[in-house]
Write a protein that binds this ligand. Structure first.
Ligand code: ZN
Length: 248
C-alpha cells in the first residue's frame, strides 16, 4: 500500500494544491498527515476544508492546530507566530474550529505510528538532537514513527537489539529515497508542505510504501509570490512572508 505522507501545511493553499496535484498524478489515494494544517499562512479555512475533503485520511494535530482552536496557551509562541495564530483564530469558521478541535494527537497501525512532535510529547516536542530522538526510542512501538513540527526532513534509526549505541541520523536533501529497516526503530520527519526550513523553499512531500518500506521524498516549486501577496494584503508579519522564499 502507498500513502501520500506530508506535514505542516500552515495555511499555504498554493503549496498544498501543488502537492495534491502530484499525488493525483502518482495515483495516490490514501494519506497520512502529521499535523499543522493552519498557522502562519493566508488560507486557513480553505486548507482545513481541503484536508478534510480527502478520503482515506489519517491525521494528527499540530501545535498550531490546537492553538488556533484556542485549546492551547500561546504565551510561549514567538511574536510573529502568535500574531498569525490570533489572526488565524479570527478567520476560522466555527465549524472549522470544531473540526480542528476534534483531531487526535497520535495514530498507530501495525506498520507505523505518527505524531506531530514526538512520542513523549506528541504536540510540542521538537526532535532536533540525537539525544532527544534516542530518548524517544523506547516509546516507538512500531517500526517507524513519522513526525513533523521542525519542518526539516530527516531519517533517524536505532537498533534496540544491539547492546551498544548505534545512532544514525541523516538529513534528507531534495528529492530522495530511503529504505527503512523494519527491524530497527525509525523516526522520519517528512518536512513541510507550506513552510520548509531546510534552506529549500520548495514544498516538501513524501510517499510511504508499506510493503517495501521505502519513503520517497519530492520537492515541488509552487507560486510563492501569490501566497506572499495574500499575506501582505492580510497584514501578516513580514518575517513570515520573507521566510517562504528563503526556505528557512
Ligand atoms: Zn509547523
Amino acid at each position: 500500500m502507498r500513502y501520500g505522507i506530508f506535514s505542516d501545511i500552515h495555511s499555504n493553499l498554493e503549496a498544498f494544491e501543488t502537492v495534491l496535484e502530484f499525488y493525483d498524478r502518482a495515483g495516490i489515494k490514501d494519506y497520512i498527515f502529521c499535523g499543522d494544517i493552519v498557522g502562519y499562512g493566508p488560507n486557513p479555512n480553505e486548507c482545513v476544508t481541503r484536508v478534510f475533503g480527502l478520503k482515506n485520511m489519517i491525521i494528527v494535530a499540530g501545535n498550531h492546530d490546537r492553538a488556533a482552536a484556542k485549546l492551547k496557551d500561546i504565551s510561549w509562541f514567538n511574536p510573529a507566530a502568535k500574531e498569525a495564530i490570533l489572526w488565524t483564530s479570527d478567520q476560522l469558521t466555527q465549524i472549522n474550529i470544531q473540526t480542528l478541535s476534534a483531531i487526535g494527537d497520535s495514530y498507530k497501525s501495525e506498520k507505523f505510528m505518527t505524531v506531530h512532535g514526538s512520542p513523549s510529547n506528541p504536540i510540542d516536542e521538537y526532535l532536533l538532537s540525537t539525544d532527544k530522538m534516542k530518548a524517544n526510542v523506547p516509546l516507538i512501538t512500531q517500526p517507524v514513527c513519522f513526525v513533523g513540527h521542525s519542518h526539516v526532513p530527516f531519517h533517524y534509526s536505532y537498533d534496540s537489539k544491539l547492546p551498544y549505541d548505534n545512532d544514525d541520523l541523516m538529513t534528507l536533501i531534495g528529492s530522495t529515497m530511503i529504505v527503512l529497516d523494519p527491524d530497527k526503530k525509525n523516526i522520519v520527519n517528512v518536512g513541510s508542505v507550506g513552510q520548509p526550513r531546510d534552506g529549500d523553499p520548495r514544498a516538501c512531500t513524501a510517499v510511504f510504501n508499506t510493503d517495501s518500506f521505502e519513503v520517497s521524498f519530492f520537492r515541488f516549486e509552487y507560486d510563492i509570490k501569490t501566497v506572499q501577496k495574500k499575506m501582505i494584503d492580510y497584514n501578516l508579519p513580514q518575517i513570515l512572508i520573507d521566510r517562504l522564499s528563503q526556505g528557512k
